[in-house]
Structure formats: structure tokens, C-alpha cells
Design a protein around this ligand. Structure first.
Ligand SMILES: *Cc1c(COP(=O)(O)O)cnc(C)c1O
Length: 451
């Protein structure tokens, strides 16, 4: 099938501002929206997108913005990656839905084969597909409970695992994710994690893990724990990389106590951190791994992949859903995975990190408002503090993000204290656009200093 000219959206190559951001057309849409869309759904930057390509978004006013958000770590292969578009278009023509639980199709099986190959570990694996990250995490817990016959689930400070009832209970932060939405699911226990910038100086990953594990053994009991659920690099909580040794110690403890080690790689997965999965950086082999976001180039798809004996412990009919593993989403995933393989996007992610980290560190040294720069691959963060302290500065963070937006660079913030600017560019972003976006961020921070 060929793309005819009228189907192809114009693909600008550069950032280009024609109006203020958001412009009049976006503001008009925002007014329409207010009269009909629930207020509980908010938008970081209300420019209404009409097309997107690679690392650029074009809005209703004809402005073209550099995308350092990738729709929250989703379009890792870039917007409208050719292999994704091509496979989606074909699959949509063939059929859009049968429900895998009614009459199955090959795409689902192919995605599970790819997940088995790409996730850490050479053991026998199985996968099951869903629609969202929260659904994947929630099902990982169901599987762990069914397989172990235990109930307790251990999660960490600063964790984010989603917005469904169970995953709200797993998530740490109250406002805006949990506030007013209780009661929450029982048998969820929160323990301290590893946050090197805010933990006592010199604490090793092993020591930090020992403190968490002691809490687990004393307050829950090692033989009661069904699952330990953890993001190998925490996402919404602030792009927090645990101290080296922390994850391996937790993973070893799980193996010794018959608990299931669940890696929530919804945000870190699919080459984002410079490897297929962030667990691999410390050779951690999760028993179950939850994936979503970057898996399918923007179509809704999620998965739980892990040890065959765990997944197969759930009897037939115990897992599934009407849309889980939708054929068009599976086609997108196959296109996305093919692109990551052929373009070696893990290496691209590492290059992005190597180019950006020194500049962010120099900016931190120059301005004093950035207390910590961290990240791996193309999952990068600057944590804003009052100079000379570790006191979070959410106000400066918000103003810096806003200044970037006004200049046509989409950056996101995150963190328990709302004081982290995070960068999640598409892994295929050109060096030139990366450079330009970083220059805008530098300008925004310097402007903040001269206020
Ligand atoms: C985004 C995210 C989720 C939830 O995914 P949804 O697709 O929004 O349900 C879960 N875990 C992590 C680590 C995430 O970043």
C-alpha cells in the first residue's frame, strides 16, 4: 500500500513559531474543550496538535515545536515512524478487532515472541497483552498472587504505577493521583526506596536495601510477600536512579523468600534508558516485567512478560480483556520493535544522554538552582532546589518549563516535590534538534536567574 500525497501530513524539519504559544486557534479549541471535557483531565501545554513527525509537533496555528516529552515516553521511535504507520495502515485494512479471546491472530503471538526474546533472562517465558501500563502492573500483581498463594505487595516511596484502584494503592503520591479517590486496595505495603540525592551521603545500595528488607521482614513477614513491585528508574516520582546494588539486593531477597520480583518498566522500557530494559544495567532478571508506553509507537498496548511457571499458574480465562493485544496495536508494536532493532535506538538513547548530561551539569554549575542532574540514555532529569540546599523549588521548575513551552520546546516536569524537569525525547531525535532544544532549556534557566 502506498501513501498518497493527500494522506501525508506536511513534515517540517525545524522549530518554527508563528504565533504566541498557545496561539489563537489552540486557545479557541481550549474554550470549546472547557465546555465539554471533564476538568479532571489536564494538559501540560494546551497547543492542539494537527500533525507530528520524528521529534516535532505542529499545532493548529502552524507552530512547530520540539518534542522533549514523546507523549510521556511513548513515541520512542519518533512520531509517525514509517514502519509503524505502514503496518498500522495495512492491519487496519485487514481487520481491526476480533478479540484474541474469541478468535486469535498471529500479531499477538509475534509480539509475545518478541517480548520473550527482548526481555532480560534466557529462561522459558510467557506474555499476556493489555491496553495500558496500569492494567499491566495490576495483572502482574494478580499473577504473582495466584502463583504464590500470598497476598502482600511491597512498593516504594516515590513510586508511580498507575491510576486504577489497585495501582493507585501502589502509587505513592496523594495529590493529584489518589486524593479523594479512596478507599484503596488492601495488602499494599510501602517501604523506603533509594534516592541518592536525598538519602544520607555515602549510603550504599546494599545498605539502603537492607533497611527496606528489614522493614519488610518485621512488618509483613518474608513468607507473606507475593510481590515486590519496583520501577528500575522511578519515573513520575522524579527520575530517581537507585544507588548501585539496591535492585540486585531486592531481587536476590525475592528469590530467597519465594516472592515475585516485578519490574515496572512501563516508562524505562524499549530502549529509553540506552538498553532494551533498565533492569539489564545491573544484570537484574525480573520474574515478571510490566511494559507499555514505548512498546507500540503510540498505540495503546501493554504486556506482562515473565517466568512461564508464574504466568501459566493462572488457569485459562483468568487473564485477558476485550481489547488486550488489539491487532492494530500489535502491528504498531511490531513496527516499533523493528525500528528499534534496525536503527539501533538503544545506541541513539545513549548518544542523547552523552550529549545532554554534560550540558545539564554545566548548567547546574553555572546557575546553582539545579541540585542534581541524573538519568540514563534518553531519560534525563534536572532537579531544582534553592541554591546551596536540597530544598525543592517547584516554583522555579514550573517557570522554567513554562518558558521552554513559550519558546516551542515541550518539556515535562515530575517528582514527588514537583521540582524536576524531565527530558524524554524520541530516541530518533536528530543531534541538531536535541542541541536546539537544550539551548532553549539553558536560556530558560538563565532567564530565571536574572529575574
Ligand atoms: C505511565 C506509567 C504507568 C501507567 O501506565 P498507563 O498506560 O498510564 O496506565 C505505570 N507505571 C509506570 C512506571 C509509568 O510510568
Amino acid at each position: 500500500m502506498t501513501v498518497t500525497a493527500d494522506q501525508q501530513a506536511p513534515a517540517p524539519k525545524h522549530r518554527r513559531l508563528r504565533t504566541e504559544i498557545p496561539g489563537p486557534a489552540s486557545r479557541a479549541l481550549q474554550e470549546r474543550r472547557a465546555a465539554t471535557v471533564a476538568a479532571g483531565v489536564s494538559s501540560v501545554l494546551p497547543v492542539y496538535v494537527t500533525s507530528a513527525s520524528g521529534g516535532l509537533l505542529t499545532d493548529a496555528d502552524g507552530n512547530t515545536l520540539i518534542d522533549f516529552g514523546s507523549g510521556i515516553a511513548v513515541t520512542n521511535v519518533g512520531h509517525s515512524a514509517p514502519a509503524v504507520v505502514d503496518r498500522v495502515r495495512k492491519q487496519a485494512c485487514w481487520f481491526t478487532h476480533t478479540c484474541f479471546m474469541v478468535t486469535p491472530y498471529e500479531g499477538y503471538v509475534e509480539v509475545c515472541e518478541a517480548l520473550g526474546e527482548l526481555t532480560p533472562g534466557t529462561h522459558e517465558k510467557r506474555s499476556v497483552l493489555f491496553n495500558s501500563g496500569a492494567e499491566a502492573v495490576e495483572n502482574a500483581v494478580k499473577i504473582a498472587r495466584a502463583a504464590t498463594g500470598r497476598q502482600a505487595v511491597v512498593v516504594f516511596d516515590h513510586a508511580y504505577h498507575g491510576r486504577t484502584n489497585l495501582t493507585m494503592a501502589l502509587t505513592a503520591k496523594s495529590v493529584p493521583y489518589k486524593h479523594g479517590f479512596g478507599p484503596f486496595a488492601p495488602e499494599v505495603y510501602r517501604v523506603p526506596g533509594s534516592y541518592p540525592f536525598r538519602d544520607a551521603p555515602g549510603l550504599t545500595g546494599e545498605q539502603t536495601a537492607a533497611a527496606a528488607l528489614e522493614r519488610i521482614e518485621k512488618q509483613i513477614g518474608g513468607d507473606q510477600v507475593a510481590a515486590v513491585v519496583i520501577e528500575p528508574v522511578q519515573g513520575e516520582g522524579g527520575f530517581i536512579e537507585p544507588a548501585p546494588g539496591f535492585l540486585p539486593a531486592l531481587s536476590r531477597w525475592c528469590a530467597e523468600h519465594g516472592a515475585v520480583f516485578v519490574a515496572d518498566e512501563v516508562q524505562t522500557g524499549f530502549c529509553r534508558t540506552g538498553d532494551w530494559f533498565a533492569s539489564s544495567h545491573e544484570d537484574v532478571v525480573p520474574d515478571l516485567i510490566a511494559t507499555a508506553k514505548g512498546i507500540a509507537g503510540g498505540l495503546p498496548l501493554a504486556a506482562v512478560t515473565g517466568r512461564a511457571e508464574l504466568l501459566d499458574a493462572v488457569p485459562a480465562g483468568g487473564l485477558g480483556g476485550t481489547y488486550g493485544g488489539n491487532p492494530v496495536a500489535c502491528a504498531a508494536a511490531l513496527g516499533s520493535i523493528e525500528t528499534m532493532r534496525t536503527e539501533n535506538l538503544a545506541a541513539s538513547a545513549r548518544r542523547i544522554g552523552e550529549a545532554a548530561l554534560p550540558r545539564l551539569r554545566a548548567l547546574a554549575g553555572e546557575t546553582g538552582v539545579i541540585g542534581d542532574v541524573r538519568g540514563r540514555g534518553a531519560m534525563l532529569a534536572a532537579e531544582f532546589v534553592r541554591p546551596g540546599t536540597t530544598e525543592p523549588d517547584a516554583a522555579v521548575t514550573a517557570r522554567v518549563a513554562k518558558a521552554c513551552h513559550a519558546l516551542g520546546v515541550v518539556v515535562l516536569t515530575c517528582g514527588t516535590y514537583g521540582n524536576v524537569v524531565r527530558l524524554l525525547p524520541p530516541l530518533s531525535l536528530s543531534g541538531e534538534l536535541l542541541d536546539e532544544g537544550l539551548s532553549v532549556l539553558e536560556h530558560a534557566v538563565r532567564q530565571e536567574m536574572s529575574r
